[in-house]
Design a protein around this ligand. Structure first.
Ligand code: ADE
Length: 245
């Protein structure tokens, strides 16, 4: 997958794209990141990328020309039609499903505005997706785009060593993950649940399913779809509700 990032602050990406799994993903050839300062595309002598809003008002607005030209340049040499993703608080709220959808693409282009708003023609005629990472406002789209890029990259084939681990994570199954434990079996008097030491894989699997349901019920009851639960899970959920009420 090719990922282009258009930003006025390219240095913000250095650490994130060159660490940990994202770094490994590039080394494996699963993804190619290209960070571009779209100020380089401004066709005016002061390299200005924003201007005052028509009709007056506070704040500056990103002008269309640098971003349209930058996106055209990013498309050169690729036959795949890219998704052009604008990071903004008014966008669709990010979800695991959205990350999965984006991870199927060949080419993504992220537009990261900073401080300013965008000229509406960018929204209407250049952008294919507007994404928000939550109901709060950041100083720019850079950090938000890093969240999306991280979430997409780890879903690409061969990026995670253990292919299963992406599938089993919180949210990809629709439920939160069960608790994990590692050695030692007892630490400062705190014990690992007996069942995990039993070696009985079927029982451990059952325990994990129920713990996952319990955690989801306690923290994110909105994620539970009762119609998709097994009879055993429904009974367990009822007992959780009784204990809580
Ligand atoms: N830019 C500023 N705030 C944002 C948010 N919450 N999500 C995406 N982009 C943003």
């Amino acid at each position: 997958m090719k990922i282009d990032i258009l930003t006025l602050f390219p240095e913000m990406f250095d650490g994130v794209l060159n660490s940990s799994i994202l770094k490994k993903a590039q080394e494996k050839g699963a993804v190619e990141y290209r960070v571009t300062d779209f100020r380089d595309f401004a066709e005016n002598k002061h390299r200005k990328v924003d201007d005052y809003p028509y009709g007056g008002g506070a704040g500056m607005v990103l002008t269309p020309q640098p971003l349209f030209d930058a996106v055209d340049a990013m498309k050169e040499g690729t036959e795949h039609q890219p998704r052009v993703v604008m990071m903004c608080p008014q966008g669709e709220r990010l979800s695991q499903r959205k990350l999965e959808e984006l991870s199927e693409e060949e080419h993504l282009i992220f537009l990261c505005g900073h401080y300013e708003g965008y000229d509406e023609r960018i929204r209407e005629h250049l952008v294919t997706d507007e994404i928000s990472i939550g109901d709060y406002v950041l100083t720019g789209g850079e950090l938000a785009s890093m969240v999306v890029i991280d979430g997409v990259t780890r879903l690409l084939p061969e990026v995670l060593g253990n292919v299963e681990s992406a599938k089993l994570d919180s949210h990809s199954s629709g439920y939160l993950e069960h608790p994990h434990y590692t050695r030692p079996a007892e630490f400062r008097g705190m014990k690992v649940p007996e069942i995990l030491l039993s070696g009985d894989h079927a029982k451990i699997e059952d325990w994990r399913r129920m713990e996952s349901l319990k955690r989801t019920y306690e923290r994110r009851p909105d994620l539970i779809k009762e119609s998709s639960l097994t009879e055993e899970e429904k009974r367990y959920l009822e007992s959780l509700k009784e204990n809580n009420g």
